[in-house]
Design a protein around this ligand. Structure first.
Ligand SMILES: *[C@@H]1O[C@H](CO)[C@@H](O)[C@H](O)[C@H]1NC(C)=O
Ligand SMILES: *[C@@H]1O[C@H](CO)[C@@H](O)[C@H](O)[C@H]1NC(C)=O
Length: 391
């Protein structure tokens, strides 16, 4: 008797909802916050690497808005500093490959050679331009085989502008900023009061309310991962913020820019035990996790298993749709690559240049519950409770 009674009271409860189609229990906060869909945490994170830069020039407002539209969980960026200490979103220390600087007469005498991470680099350096000058430059697509139609249309944005894009989104979108080349930046840019690049970086996050440990209430409201290749920068910022941090790991041959450690040192079990006091995960170059030979994948290393044993997440980079980047095992199919990394390798997040492709793949394999909002969750809870009322 009991089940049928419950079914009736369940239907009885549901009927007014269908008729009035409005929430029964509005929360005591602003409507737009009630309606904001929360960050999904039930499947690996879709990390929009430099925005949707497979389609639109990297790290521009348009690239980030496109990534949000396409389903990004996090928008990813690289933070550098201008000559006058402004924090900006830009990947390379030089402006050459992704802006029109080379064609700008007024900056023709601004080319320099500096040592960057153990080698000499020549070009137009971000640190030799004020924010005002950087804002006059136009961004262009990095790769010749990608869509060139947006070249010259967008400007470099600041860290604060980037944060506003995430905070203004109609659903909860996390941010994933990198403290880029901190050794180089601290050598060339100075701030008042002896503050370092890392201090300014954290000041900016705190100013906009980013704080709290991984999965804390505050973190879920404003999700954030801080990333860096420099272990000492991550240790330094741990004293300033409890926000989750990710240690990036480069190719086998690259030594850390600050501590001059090899790949093997920073992926040893002893080191993972040490760094897990400061970070919640690793961001390795995917070809070190599963090394390729002649463009075919070889046997996977045990890095993912060892990281997980130390309670560290693994967010490899970078997934790209084009044949130039896809290993031959995947037969030119980016979905096959996502399938391998998510279902065989078991990673926890993926840096992708094509957020839309990763999102479509995940919606096929592990769909997002339809129309889930804070309100619809409340309604679900009310429905569940109502089944027990009057028993
Ligand atoms: C960079 O160039 C300078 C000046 O020529 C030289 O002294 C230095 O050793 C070079 N550094 C590297 C890493 O090659
Ligand atoms: C970094 O470490 C390597 C290997 O131990 C060493 O050869 C090199 O001189 C070191 N570089 C610096 C700048 O200390």
């Amino acid at each position: 008797m009991r089940p049928s009674f419950c079914t009736i009271c369940f239907l009885h409860f549901l009927l007014p909802l269908v008729v009035f189609a409005r929430p029964l229990f509005p929360l005591p906060s602003k409507t737009n916050e009630i309606e904001r869909r929360p960050l999904q945490t039930f499947r690996p994170y879709n990390i929009a690497h430099r925005g949707s830069n497979g389609e639109i020039p990297e790290e521009t407002t348009a690239a980030y808005l496109r990534a949000i539209e396409e389903g990004a969980d996090f928008i990813e960026t690289d933070i550098l500093a201008s000559k006058d200490g402004a924090l900006i979103c830009f990947h390379d220390v030089t402006l050459d490959d992704t802006t029109d600087v080379a064609s700008r007469q007024e900056f023709s005498n601004r080319r320099r050679t500096y040592e960057v991470e153990w080698s000499n680099v020549t070009g137009w350096f971000v640190v030799d331009f004020t924010l005002e000058e950087l804002k006059t430059l136009k961004v262009k697509q990095r790769y010749p085989f990608r869509d060139q139609q947006y070249n010259g249309k967008f400007s470099i944005i600041t860290f604060e502008e980037f944060i506003s894009i995430a905070l203004d989104a109609s659903r909860t979108v996390g941010i994933y900023p990198e403290m880029k080349d901190p050794v180089f930046i601290n050598k060339h840019v100075k701030w008042d009061g002896g503050k370092k690049f890392e201090d300014k970086f954290v000041d900016t996050l705190l100013k906009y309310g980013y704080k709290g440990q991984y999965m804390s209430e505050n973190w879920l409201k404003q999700p954030l991962f801080i990333q860096s290749f420099a272990p000492t920068s991550l240790v330094h910022v741990s004293k300033l913020t409890d926000s989750p941090k990710i240690l990036l790991i480069d190719d086998f041959s690259v030594r850390t820019q600050d501590t001059n450690q090899s790949y093997w040192e920073i992926t040893s079990d002893d080191y993972l035990a040490y760094i897990s006091n400061y970070v919640v995960g690793l961001g390795p170059w995917k070809d070190t996790v599963v090394p390729p030979a002649k463009n075919y994948l070889m046997a996977p290393t045990d890095l993912v298993a060892r990281a997980h044993a130390h309670n560290l997440q693994v967010h490899p980079y970078t997934y790209r749709n084009e044949n130039q980047f896809l290993h031959l095992n995947f037969h030119q199919d980016p979905y096959a690559e996502y399938d391998f990394w998510i279902n065989i390798m078991g990673v926890d997040g993926l840096f992708t240049d094509f957020t839309g492709s990763l999102h479509r793949y995940q919606e096929m394999i592990s769909p997002h519950p339809k129309g889930e909002t804070a309100n619809s969750l409340l309604v679900k809870i009310a429905q569940m409770i109502s089944q027990y009322e009057g028993l």
